[in-house]
Write a protein that binds this ligand. Structure first.
Ligand SMILES: Nc1ncnc2c1ncn2[C@@H]1O[C@H](COP(=O)(O)OP(=O)(O)OP(=O)(O)O)[C@@H](O)[C@H]1O
Ligand SMILES: [Mg+2]
Length: 262
């Protein structure tokens, strides 16, 4: 069972407080959204989990391994797959199947195992027919799928997606969120976003505001909490339901229509 535990971590950069007194203990598999405004510290928290930067105080463990132990960092990285905003920056080969195999090859696995992992990963992301294409020639959504394929083939049990779908349109993002939802059936996924609507696909939501975690719980509870209104732009359905003082807590526009009996 993958697990990430943070105990009172703070992070300062050149005397500026970026994160303060962050604690959580999250077990997977689960789909966890990390929601917050620009500059609230979301990416910094993800880099702390990956051991890319060290907390100024407090401690953080990934599957029981402390990020403060330098010798634990390579193993922590084996547990974690990281996907950034720009998939192009992640591709290393002009042939998709070679690109997807890259991480698994670096683990020194046998050829048959690598082939199986590439096959399975492309099946999960629905890119089997694109095996010999260049990842650079794919559409935005396909590129995101390609980047996810490579990370899955590497075999991490924790996946960090830092605002990966911001280039996609609403339908494209929804498709990708459904894919992430299915991947989260056997992994712990952190999905960073500043869009409240995206969090409806997740099991739990963490809101970061002014360097702290100000709310954590189900999307519905968190989006209707008092702190959410200050920290993020609420979905239209939530804003309207609050103004109309609806008793039910719709979060999607469909749910709002139902609540209003339209
Ligand atoms: N290495 C660094 N150098 C300078 N400033 C940093 C560094 N790391 C973090 N910061 C600052 O910390 C704050 C939080 O940054 P972070 O990138 O974590 O925010 P974010 O929530 O991911 O924002 P965005 O939604 O814009 O991606 C920002 O004010 C940022 O400028
Ligand atoms: Mg960021």
């Amino acid at each position: 069972m993958p697990r990430v535990k943070a105990e009172n971590i703070s992070y300062e950069y050149k005397g500026k407080r970026v994160l303060f007194d962050i604690s959580f203990d999250i077990k997977g598999p689960a789909f966890v959204s990390v929601l917050g405004a620009n500059g609230s510290g979301k990416s910094t928290l993800m880099r702390l989990i990956d051991g890319f930067i060290m907390p100024s105080s407090g401690n953080l463990w990934v599957n029981g391994l402390s990020v403060k132990e330098p010798e634990a960092i390579p193993e922590i990285r084996h547990h974690i797959g990281f996907i950034f905003q720009d998939p192009d920056s992640q591709f290393v080969s002009p042939v998709l199947e070679e690109d997807v195999a890259f991480g698994a090859e670096n683990l020194g696995l046998e050829d048959a195992e690598i082939e199986k992992r590439v096959h399975d990963a492309l099946k999960v992301t629905g890119l089997e027919a694109f095996r010999t294409r260049s990842p650079f020639s794919l559409s935005g959504g396909e590129k995101e799928r390609a980047a996810i394929s490579g990370v899955i083939a590497y075999g991490p049990d924790i996946l960090i997606l830092d605002e990966p779908f911001s280039m996609l349109d609403d339908d494209g993002r929804k498709e990708m969120l459904k894919l992430v939802r299915s991947i989260a059936s056997d992994k712990l996924v952190f999905y960073v976003t500043h869009r409240a609507e995206d969090t409806l696909f997740s099991d739990s939501v963490m809101i970061i505001d002014s360097s702290r975690i100000v709310a954590m719980g189900s999307a519905r509870d968190v989006l209707y909490s008092d702190v959410a209104e200050k920290a993020i732009r609420l979905p239209l359905a939530v804003r309207m339901a609050k103004r109309l003082r609806l008793e039910s807590k719709p979060v999607t526009e469909d749910e709002l229509e139902e609540a209003l009996c339209i």
